[in-house]
Design a protein. Structure first.
Length: 554
């Protein structure tokens, strides 16, 4: 039987099959690439009736046969493929880091008996040269990559994961592995210049708590064993003698849709690049003979037993061996350990990025060379159980700091040099800060101030805020205040605002006098501000006489 396709817009109740349908379908020239868990992929060139050439993904199970006069129905079992197509449409290419989806329709076969077999299919762009599948790169590059090369890869990946979490509005890929990551390298093959992700069939929306559907009977969609976060391992039945890890896992399973699952996979991928071997676990998912499932050696395990073993083994996270003791390797090892923290709430994106930037300083890429101002955040405080202190979303604290040189002398004659915003007291904690390459000690001035729902008063060109002498403001983490009234009013020495992209203004109602009389501020980018809830913007930039660059494009 020949393979054919009809590319039309797909509805829930398309037109009935025509009497001559089997004779009027144009043949499609395709080249099969491979077969996955629920779909087969083909490479197809641009042909009459097709919007573009690219990769055709065809659902591989449960074809439906239709006779003359019957109406097409969208089967429930087909939803796994539509989940992926709809996800790609929602991401819309995501700044060139994920495939662009072009069309959804049906793959049509003539059954030779007067009927047609239909399978859902969609078309997406092809990933080609100079991008390479990470799996193929590893086949070519037999030696471990150097720490700064791995760190550069990690930074590139973090850029894409941040796009998924922010622009994608909380999307987790949830199936990152060397087969689903493509990279573009420098001509000498040593530096990673671009990262591209494919296969979004398991992607999830964190905010909606939606896990895409999958065909019943197929093994749980937890991703590749070596690279999946432990909270993606399905919940299992608990017994009286179960370990603490098993009980904690069933609680952490509620976080399986959070984008932090991808940070764990990132840690495993960096481990793979640094050691040239995948993380090792005693359980693998494989097909042997006629049996598919979780194997330990030559024993086919029941799922509950396999999941328990994996949970226990993944609880320790990952790290580099002790013999890797160079500074860059130590920093990379810390980043990998933080990525693969057992509790996803302990995977601190900003701290991971800071460690990777420092580890990448030896790379031939000026983007990752030391910045003029590099915040040095204190290590996370630990509670009695050894886990990071929890901060509720939306709780915004501000910490004021005076900077001192190594010899104990003050960095400036100001009352304070630095104002740091973060989630809770921990989020704005700082003990070091670098300016122009000089590492300075940071000493807090006064107690942190809860700014979650707090603004300042302005009267007769005077403000009652306590930080009007500050020169630099740093948003050390993502914060979402409810008001920003006069936050920086009368800060006449303020020159730098770093990390303003981490300021979520979607819940703020008052921005009045926010930068009023910031007479030393020369440029400011507020293009990312969401002002949909703001009702008062009076005097927001009043008397900002040096503000020659102001980006309000958003």
């Amino acid at each position: 039987m020949g393979e054919h396709i009809r590319l039309e817009s797909v509805g829930y109740n398309p037109l009935a099959v025509e009497k001559d349908g089997s004779r009027t379908i144009d043949p499609l020239v395709v080249k099969r690439i491979g077969k996955g868990g629920y779909a087969t992929t083909y490479r197809v060139q641009t042909q009459p009736g097709m919007p573009v050439g690219g990769i055709l993904k065809v659902f591989g199970l449960y074809p439906e046969t239709y006779r003359v006069g019957e109406r097409l129905r969208r089967k429930a079992e087909w939803s796994a493929l539509y989940d992926e197509y709809n996800m790609l449409c929602a991401l819309d290419g995501l700044d060139g880091h994920v495939p662009q989806a072009y069309a959804s329709s049906f793959f049509v076969e003539d059954d030779g008996e007067g009927g047609l077999r239909y399978r859902p299919a969609f078309l997406m762009e092809e990933i080609g040269s100079p991008a390479e599948q990470l799996h193929e790169v590893l086949n070519e590059h037999r030696e471990p990559f150097e720490a700064n090369q791995v760190a550069t890869f990690g930074l590139r990946m973090l850029d894409v994961l941040d796009l998924l979490a922010e622009q994608g509005k909380g999307i987790a890929h949830a199936d990152l592995s060397p087969a689903n990551v493509y990279v573009r390298r420098s001509p000498d093959g040593r530096a990673f210049e671009w990262v591209y992700l494919i296969d979004f069939g398991q992607a999830k929306y964190a905010a909606r708590g939606v896990t895409p559907s999958f065909v019943s009977g197929v093994h749980p969609r937890m991703g590749t064993v070596e690279y999946c976060a432990p909270e993606l391992i399905p919940r299992f039945s608990l017994y009286e003698d179960d370990t603490a890890a098993c009980r904690e896992h069933n609680e952490l399973y509620a976080l399986r849709n959070d984008p932090t699952v991808d940070l764990w996979s990132l840690g495993a991928l960096m481990y793979l690049l640094a050691l040239r071997r995948a993380p090792g676990y005693s359980v693998e998912y494989a097909t042997r003979g006629c049996a598919s499932g979780f194997w330990r050696g030559n024993t086919l395990l029941k799922e509950d037993e396999a999941f328990r073993i994996l949970v226990e083994e993944k609880r320790a996270g990952l790290g580099l061996p002790d013999y890797m003791s160079e500074e860059g390797e130590l920093l990379l090892g810390q980043a990998i350990a933080l990525c693969t923290a057992w509790d996803p709430r302990d995977r601190d994106r900003l701290h991971i990025r800071r460690l990777l930037r420092r580890a990448a300083e030896g790379a031939d890429d000026e983007r990752f060379m030391p910045m003029t101002h590099v915040p040095e955040l204190t290590p996370a405080l630990k509670d009695d159980a050894g886990r990071g202190t929890r901060i509720e979303p939306g709780i915004v604290f501000a910490g004021m700091y005076k900077l001192y040189r190594a010899d104990g002398s003050a960095y400036s004659d100001r009352e304070m040099d630095l104002l740091v915003f973060g989630q809770g007291e921990r989020g704005c904690a700082l003990d070091r800060y670098a300016v122009d390459g000089e590492r300075l000690g940071a000493v807090r001035v006064g107690d942190p101030i809860d700014m979650s729902n707090k603004g300042w008063d302005v009267e007769d060109d005077a403000c009652d805020s306590p930080w009007q002498d500050v020169e630099t403001v740093l948003f050390a983490g993502e914060v979402a205040p409810r008001t920003m009234r006069a936050w920086f009013a009368c800060c006449t020495r303020l020159k730098n605002v770093f990390g303003i992209e981490r300021l979520d203004t979607s819940s703020a109602t008052d921005m009045s006098w926010m930068f009023s009389r910031c007479s030393s501020l020369a440029e400011l980018d507020v293009s990312g501000f969401d002002t949909s809830s703001v009702t008062d913007m009076r005097g927001m930039f009043c008397d900002c006489r040096k503000l020659v660059s102001l980006d309000v494009s958003g």
